[in-house]
Design a protein around this ligand. Sequence first.
Ligand SMILES: Cc1ncc(C[n+]2csc(CCOP(=O)(O)OP(=O)(O)O)c2C)c(N)n1
Ligand code: SF4
Ligand SMILES: [Mg+2]
Length: 351
Amino acid sequence: MSFINKPKVAHPSLRTNALGMTRRQYEGSMSTLCAGCGHDSITAAIVEACWGLDMRPEQLVKLSGIGCSSKTPAYFMSRSHSFNSVHGRMPSVATGALMANHTMMGLGVSGDGDTASIGFGQFAHLMRRNLPLIYIIEDNGVYGLTKGQFSATADLGSTLKTGVINDLPPIDTCVMAVELGATFVGRSFSGDKKQLLAMLKAAIAHRGTVMLDVISPCVTFNDHEGSTKSYKYVQEHEEAVNEVGFVPSFEEISVDYDPGTTYDVEMHDGSHMRLRKLHPDYNPTSRIGAVTALMEAHEKGEVLTGVFYVDTTKPSFTDMLNLVDEPLATLPESRTRPSRQVLDQIMQKHQ
Ligand SMILES: Cc1ncc(C[n+]2csc(CCOP(=O)(O)OP(=O)(O)O)c2C)c(N)n1
Ligand code: SF4
Ligand SMILES: [Mg+2]
């Protein structure tokens, strides 16, 4: 008798969500990343967020490019759909997948190299379309998979382990995303589980492009003195503009907050994101304010985190295209092609 394909039965004492599923059932295969890699903490937060919001795994499509970061979709939600694309090309694959079936929820995982170097052109066009997709950059400032060369998000003056100094200015992917049209832009840190989890939950409730840059230290190649993407540097220089809270639509919404100190953002599905202002003048609905704050933080060597920008009113790419309700992928040919008679009529007209 073989036990290999025996279905997993949850222990009765394990907590289940509204779908009767345990957190375990939202996990994937065993991680092969280095012990302590920030990317594994992001995987854990994704599992927690999807489980906590009762997401149906079959409704999710995971997409990625190439890199240690891009390997991580294998480590969560093994019951979901998945596509590991070519280096830097995940945005076009994601666009195709979500056009073919706009009822799916898209979650893309990329790296700073995958996004800000080889994939920068695709990233830019994704941001300006406002495609409903959560795009996560697991940002460690290096190409981890190819042994730690500087990436385009490495800060000016930071050093490699070998002592080589980076003499090029960084690309701030949050500045780019705000400028280009993404409607939910934030930065978090893999070592700040509370903030990251709240941001991921709000991201799941958003309809449009979510761009989350998550600083995720590479313990093997970029966690030393002289790096600005190390655990120590981020812990010492993190400066949050707001404290992110999330109230899902299935929980009763409490009204005990002070609008002077908190922004309440009603999300597409009726849930609420609460942004408690830590910088009293910070306004997450101002694109100019977001870009200014990010540029000022760079000058001071701070790692700015929080939700920088949110707009729940702009139509998403699929809304703009006015697609039929059914997924294009499942429409019968009779509805996707003109009939023989219509084609004949067109041919006759042009003879
Ligand atoms: C077309 C192509 N060019 C180059 C490579 C080599 N390569 C693999 S991963 C990678 C960079 C990965 O860096 P990043 O996206 O930051 O991911 P990390 O490993 O740091 O998580 C490069 C240059 C490749 N696989 N394909
Ligand atoms: S090389 Fe760096 S990024 Fe890759 S798994 Fe190891 S610690 Fe993580
Ligand atoms: Mg990287």
